[in-house]
Design a protein around this ligand. Structure first.
Ligand code: PLP
Length: 445
C-alpha cells in the first residue's frame, strides 16, 4: 500500500510545483501535503489529516470541494461530449454559459471569448485592446495598470502586473507599461489625478487601462472604494481608451456583489473572468467584450485584421458544464445574501484581532478579509520576510487550516459554503497562531 510519505517522496522526485521554491520542501522547511479528497470547505490528506481551506484553493472554490451537484453535471457531460474543437464547431454548454454570463454581467458586455486560464483571458483582453486601435491605423503600445496590480504569469499579463517578486527577473522580456498610483495606497483623488496626468501625457499612445476592481488580491489584498471605478470609467471615456476590468479574483460574488464592477454601477469595455467561474472545478476563462469592439473586428475579412487568438481547449464542454452548474447554484440560492451574513460573522472575529499588538490594517470586502501581522519592531529576522511566511504556513497546517500569507499579509478567502462554526474555528486557530508568534517573539527579544 502506498503511504503518505511515499507520495511525498515520489512527488519530490518528479514534480516542479507552481509558485514554490522546491528546496523549501526538500529541506523540510515547508511541508508538502498529499491530498486524497475534499468535502465542503475541507481538504483531506492521504494521512487522514483534515485542512480547512481558508483560501478556497487559490481563490477558485465557491461551493465546496467535490461538490456533488457540480460533479454530477460534469460527469454527465463527460459521457456525452468531453471536448470538441471550438473553431467552426460549437456546443450547448458553451452557448448556454455565454447567454447566462451576459445576463448577469455589467450591462453592455454582450460578446464572450473563451480561454482556459486567467492569464490567458488577460492576454486576450490586452491583444484585443491593442489590435482594435491597430486596425484603426493607430499604434497604441501603452497599457496603463495600477501599482500593486496582478494579472497573471504569462509575459503579457506579467508585463501589466506590478508584483515585483514575480516580474523583476523577466523585466527585459516585458512590454513597458505605465503604472498609475493605486487608490488602495494613495487617496482616491490623488490616484485619479495621476491617471489623468498619465492619459493626457500619453495621448494617442495608450490603448487600455487594466485594473482589478476593488481588491488588488495578489498585491496583498489592497482594497479601495467603488467610487474610484466611476472616476476610472469617466477618464477612459474622456481620453478614448479602453478599460479592462480584471475580475478573475473578484468575480462571482467575492466582493459582495456578483461582480465588483456592479458595486460601482460601471461597465468596463473588456472584462476577464476565471477562478470561481467553474465553482473551482475545472480551468476555464472568459473575456467579455462590448458589442462595438466585437463588431469592429467582425467587419474585417480573415487575416491579420481578424482576432485569431486560440487555445486548444477553448470552450471545453466539461469546464462549461461545471460553470453552468455553478451558475445553477447561484440561481437556486441567495448566495450573495448568505455571504453577507457570513461577512458579519467574519467581522465579529476580525474585531477581536484588532486587539493584538502585532495586527494592523484589518479589512474586509465581501468574502475577502485581510490584515498585516508585524513583528518587525522586535528586529527578529525569524519573524520577517519569507521566514515569517513559512512560519505562518507551518503553524496553520499543524492546526488544520490552510493559510498562504502574502508577505506579512494574512488573509482569508473561504468557500461560500463555510459555516459560521467553521469561521469561528478558523479564527480560533488564527488567534492561536498570533499568540504563539507573539510569545515566540517575546522570548527571543
Ligand atoms: C486578478 C487576477 N488576474 C489574473 C490571474 C491569473 O489567473 P491564472 O492563475 O488562472 O492564470 C489571477 C490569479 O491569481 C488574478 O488574481
Amino acid at each position: 500500500m502506498e503511504t503518505h510519505d511515499d507520495l511525498i517522496r515520489r512527488d519530490l522526485a518528479v514534480i516542479w510545483h507552481p509558485c514554490s521554491q522546491m528546496s523549501e520542501y526538500i529541506a523540510g522547511d515547508l511541508p508538502l501535503a498529499p491530498i486524497a479528497s475534499g468535502e465542503g470547505a475541507w481538504l483531506v490528506g492521504t494521512d487522514g489529516r483534515r485542512y480547512l481551506d481558508a483560501i478556497s484553493s487559490w481563490w477558485v472554490n465557491l461551493f465546496g470541494h467535490a461538490n456533488k451537484y457540480i460533479a454530477s453535471v460534469v460527469a454527465a457531460q463527460a459521457h456525452a461530449l468531453e471536448h470538441c474543437i471550438f473553431a467552426g464547431f460549437t456546443h450547448k454548454q458553451a452557448i448556454r454559459l455565454a447567454e447566462r454570463i451576459i445576463k448577469i454581467a455589467p450591462r453592455g458586455l454582450t460578446k464572450v471569448f473563451f480561454a482556459d486560464n486567467g492569464s490567458a483571458a488577460v492576454e486576450v483582453a490586452i491583444k484585443m485592446a491593442f489590435h482594435i486601435f491597430a486596425n484603426r491605423g493607430e499604434q497604441r503600445e501603452i497599457i496603463v495598470s495600477l501599482a500593486g496590480g496582478y494579472h497573471g504569469e504569462t509575459l503579457g499579463a506579467l508585463a501589466a502586473g506590478d508584483v515585483e517578486i514575480y516580474r523583476e527577473t523577466y523585466a527585459p522580456l516585458l512590454f513597458k507599461g505605465v503604472r498609475a498610483k493605486s487608490p488602495a495606497i494613495v487617496s482616491e483623488a490623488e490616484a485619479l489625478d495621476d491617471l489623468r496626468r498619465i492619459l493626457s501625457e500619453n495621448k494617442g499612445k495608450v490603448c487600455a487601462v487594466i485594473a482589478e476592481p476593488l481588491v488588488q488580491c495578489a498585491g496583498a489584498m489592497a482594497m479601495f472604494e467603488p467610487s474610484y471605478l466611476c472616476g476610472l470609467r469617466s477618464l477612459c471615456d474622456e481620453f478614448g481608451v479602453l478599460w479592462i476590468a480584471d475580475e478573475i479574483a473578484t468575480g462571482f460574488g467575492r466582493t459582495g456583489a456578483m461582480f465588483a464592477c456592479d458595486l460601482a454601477g460601471v461597465t468596463p469595455d473588456l472584462m476577464t473572468l476565471s477562478k470561481g467561474l467553474t465553482g473551482g472545478f475545472l480551468p476555464l476563462a472568459l473575456t467579455l467584450a462590448r458589442a462595438e469592439i466585437y463588431d469592429e473586428f467582425a467587419r474585417e475579412s480573415y487575416g491579420a485584421r481578424s482576432f485569431l487568438h486560440s487555445h486548444s481547449y477553448s470552450g471545453n464542454p466539461l469546464a462549461c458544464a461545471a460553470a453552468n452548474a455553478s451558475l445553477d447554484i447561484f440561481e437556486n440560492r441567495d448566495v450573495i445574501g448568505d455571504n453577507a451574513k457570513l461577512g458579519a460573522a467574519i467581522d465579529r472575529r476580525l474585531s477581536v484581532l484588532r486587539g493584538f499588538s502585532c495586527v494592523s490594517g484589518v479589512r474586509r470586502r465581501g468574502m475577502i478579509a485581510a490584515f498585516e501581522a508585524d513583528f518587525a519592531e522586535r528586529g527578529d529576522s525569524l519573524l520577517q520576510g519569507r521566514a515569517l511566511t513559512i512560519k505562518i504556513i507551518n503553524e496553520s497546517l499543524v492546526r488544520g487550516i490552510i493559510l498562504r500569507p502574502l508577505g506579512n499579509t494574512i488573509y482569508i478567502m473561504p468557500p461560500y459554503i463555510i459555516t459560521a462554526a467553521e469561521i469561528d474555528l478558523l479564527f480560533d486557530q488564527i488567534e492561536d497562531i498570533l499568540k504563539t508568534l507573539e510569545n515566540y517573539a517575546a522570548k527571543r527579544s
